[in-house]
Design a protein around this ligand. Structure first.
Ligand code: NCD
Length: 309
């Protein structure tokens, strides 16, 4: 039987193409399961998972929780706002206390880049990174590629432009790694101040003209400006950002081709995309959310099968 090359999902950086193929094949099976009248399988009845969220989240937290429930795992949830972290406890102490209650897997979102890698070195559990600061968000990139594969048949050879705040976005970095690994062509588009200096090292081209980028691509992945990660202003005003980098129906209708619009959520309607685009047939935003559950089921199932029981 095939298995993942890793014991944790810390970032797409640590995966190979075979891992991604295996996750997608497994997700195909789980997608069929969650569309049945009884949307559950007993696979992980003997596994306990802790969801540790040290940063705000709606979609990702609910998606992981649902994925775990659909696999029949036992789960405990923890959010930093109501925890002893506020009393000065360290991350390792917090997690080791939770693990002593016989927890097998930890799904963690944390504001510090590298928090998952750090934890994986210090505690005895399988770690899934649900977003570490501006670093990686591997399950988001997997569900994004899975949604492209579902819509267009495959990811290889497709042209994807990632638009917006590339500098502060973990979705951007994980998507770049995942798309390149699968043989897609990737460009980024946004204000120069929000494009990281190392971008060319990732073999990604920069296009500062949104219209040119849209005319080139098959898919545009629109990102939210990560205001919570900015201490200074990176562009003159939100209005000017939207004028240059926002996608509206008028621009899409003026292109000679159909472009698929993706967004990881939460959307700031009227900033990165207008409502008529978000709610149009161009957008596959709700498919992404639906696929998120199947992809996370696949990741958790495959990692759990590597835990010695
Ligand atoms: C993203 C995140 O948290 O990184 N959202 C998500 O997980 N669905 C993107 C964002 O917050 O803009």
């Amino acid at each position: 039987m095939s298995e993942l090359s890793v014991n944790h999902l810390l970032g797409i950086k640590y995966l190979n193409k075979k891992d991604i193929d295996l996750i997608f094949e497994t997700a195909d099976h789980f997608k069929e399961v969650i569309n049945r009248p009884i949307k559950k399988v007993p696979s992980l009845r003997d596994i306990t998972i802790a969801n540790l969220f040290f940063e705000n989240s709606t979609r990702t937290r609910l998606s992981f929780e649902l994925a775990e429930k659909r696999l029949s795992a036992d789960i405990i949830n923890f959010s930093a706002a109501s925890s002893s972290v506020k009393k000065g406890e360290t991350l390792i102490d917090t997690v080791n206390n939770i693990l002593s209650m016989k927890v097998d897997m930890v799904v963690m979102r944390h504001p510090n880049p590298g928090a998952g890698v750090f934890l994986a070195k210090h505690v005895e559990a399988s770690i899934v990174n649900a977003g570490d600061g501006a670093h990686e968000h591997p399950t988001q990139a997997l569900l994004d590629s899975y949604s492209i594969r579902e819509r267009l048949g495959e990811v290889a050879g497709k042209k994807v432009v990632i638009v917006g705040d590339i500098l502060h976005s973990r979705v951007a970095l994980s998507n770049i790694f995942a798309l390149k690994l699968q043989g897609a062509e990737v460009k980024v588009c946004g204000p120069k101040t929000l494009i990281p200096k190392y971008i060319e090292k990732l073999d990604v081209q920069v296009e500062t003209d949104l219209r040119k980028a849209l005319n080139w691509c098959d898919i545009a992945n629109m990102l939210r400006i990560q205001n919570e990660r900015m201490e200074i202003s990176y562009f003159p005003s939100t209005r000017e950002y939207t004028q240059q980098f926002g996608v509206n129906k008028k621009i899409l209708d003026s292109l000679d081709k159909e472009v698929i619009i993706m967004h990881p959520g939460p959307i700031n309607r009227g900033v990165e995309i207008t409502s008529d685009v978000a709610d149009s047939n161009h957008a596959i935003i709700l498919d992404q959310v639906q696929n998120g559950v199947a992809v996370r089921m696949a990741v958790i199932y495959l990692l759990a099968s590597k835990i010695k029981r």
